[in-house]
Design a protein around this ligand. Structure first.
Ligand SMILES: Nc1ncnc2c1ncn2[C@@H]1O[C@H](COP(=O)(O)OP(=O)(O)O)[C@@H](O)[C@H]1O
Ligand SMILES: [Mg+2]
Length: 415
């Protein structure tokens, strides 16, 4: 279904965001690209979905080449971008209809499909409400429904559960699994949540610095880390910890030793039985173990083994929603309309608290509740800005959306 060979994407700054990537994904698979922020996941998805160009390699999607047959590729795929593509000032139904029209579906088919998807994602009762009143989980379901309107065979989900609480995340996993099982939909998702890849994906590729480090089923990957994992924490700056690590590595029951800043990961056979010996060795070397934990290897151990870093220690991404900040920034008529329409999130939804905070905040001059413009949006294209701010020359803010007012420009010029 997907065949990528030697894919390389170099940004004008010289950064090799994707560096010689090889990937084959079979029809009917749920495949996860797992990697920390900045690993090159979004860039890869953007190339595969014909949004971005690339420098080297070849990319075949659903049997079509992205270079010579981009139109065919677009017909075969659905894309849920990391930054949502749905319009908060429309209802769910309007969003779905708009998406269907973009694919030139006829009205009867669009309506039939909206019924089907509304039922599937249990959004029926909310379809005629403004999306700004949806909870985060509902919005993500609508996002996926929009990507499926034209019945694609393959769907790309870029960080589908980013920023959702654990309950909404698990509920979304069930929908994704069901899509795969019932409709044999091929799904390529990216994530930096280890448990997401572990729970959902048939196969996982760990990606870091634009390169795939290892590919396999979650079980195979965990198996590649031999033995149980014993994690030791020492007092900060313990002078003897290094010597102890070198010595314990010589023990025959220790298969590997990895440092993660001041934590030491030991991979040992039959972990529990080895703890006394480990503690004894620590005492012999005059080092004090502050904490010790013992577990079967997780994907985090796999990640540590192949990248030398813990994924939980890498910078996460935020999901600040630009539209709230923008509306608060003096979004002109839109902002007023939005408030007048009483686009207030339903009580008890995760966003209700946000809304309250925002209302109490200085929403005249400031962007978000604290009144500050999120500076890093423009400084770091990968942080949370999504493609809109990218320096990629083929990406432009859709200015016509706000035509008739110059307010949209303010977004690019924070005071
Ligand atoms: N439009 C762009 N211009 C320049 N650099 C970019 C652009 N988009 C992404 N990058 C950089 O490319 C690298 C990979 O980014 P990305 O694919 O967004 O990573 P991920 O989705 O894994 O977090 C990062 O270092 C990011 O800063
Ligand atoms: Mg990304």
């Amino acid at each position: 279904m997907i065949q990528v060979k030697g894919l390389t994407k170099i940004f004008p700054s010289g950064l090799r965001a994707v560096d010689g990537l090889d990937l084959t994904i079979n029809a009917g698979e749920i495949f996860a690209l797992l990697g920390p922020n900045g690993a090159g996941k979004t860039t890869t998805i953007r190339v595969m979905s014909t949004i971005s160009g690339f420098d080297e390699g070849s990319v075949q999607i659903a049997g079509y080449n992205v270079d010579s047959d981009p139109q065919k590729v677009r017909e075969s795929i659905g894309v849920v971008a990391q930054q949502t593509g749905i319009d908060y000032f429309l209802t769910g139904r309007e969003n779905l209809a708009l998406q269907g029209q973009l694919y030139r579906m006829n009205r009867a088919d669009i309506n039939a499909r909206i019924d089907e998807l509304g039922g599937y994602f249990e959004l029926h009762d909310s379809l005629d409400r403004l999306v700004s009143t949806y909870s985060g989980g509902m919005r993500r379901k609508l996002d996926i429904a929009c990507a499926l309107i034209h019945r694609p065979r393959l769907v790309f989900l870029d960080e589908p559960t980013l920023g959702l609480d654990i309950k909404s995340r698990q509920s979304l996993w069930r929908y994704i699994e069901k899509l795969n099982r019932e409709f044999n939909l091929t799904i390529l998702l990216t994530t930096h949540y280890l448990e997401e890849a572990d729970n959902l994906a048939h196969r996982v590729a760990i990606i870091n610095l634009g390169k795939i480090q290892v590919i396999g089923t979650p079980a195979e990957l965990k198996h590649s880390v031999q033995g149980d994992s014993v994690v030791l924490e020492f007092a900060a700056g313990d002078p003897h910890a290094g010597k102890f690590a070198t010595a314990i590595k010589q023990e025959p029951f220790v298969s590997d030793v990895l440092w993660e800043t001041d934590k030491l990961h030991l991979y040992v056979d039959s972990g529990a039985g080895r703890v006394p010996r480990i503690m004894q060795a620590a005492t012999e070397h005059g080092t004090t173990v502050r904490t010790l934990s013992l577990a079967e290897p997780t994907l985090d151990d796999v990640f540590l083994k192949y990248t030398g870093a813990s994924i939980s220690g890498t910078a996460g991404e935020t999901t600040d929603e630009w539209w709230k900040q923008w509306a608060g920034k003096g979004g002109g008529n839109w902002s007023n309309k939005w408030q007048a329409d009483n686009g207030k999130p339903a009580e008890g939804t995760p966003d209700a608290a946000d809304w309250q905070k925002w209302q109490q905040g200085d929403n005249k001059g400031g962007g978000n509740a604290s009144g500050e413009w999120p500076q890093d949006r423009d400084a770091n294209p990968s942080s949370n800005a999504g493609p809109e701010q990218s320096q990629d020359s083929n990406q432009k803010w859709p200015s016509d959306k706000w035509s008739g007012s110059d307010d949209w420009k303010k977004r690019d010029k924070p005071e």
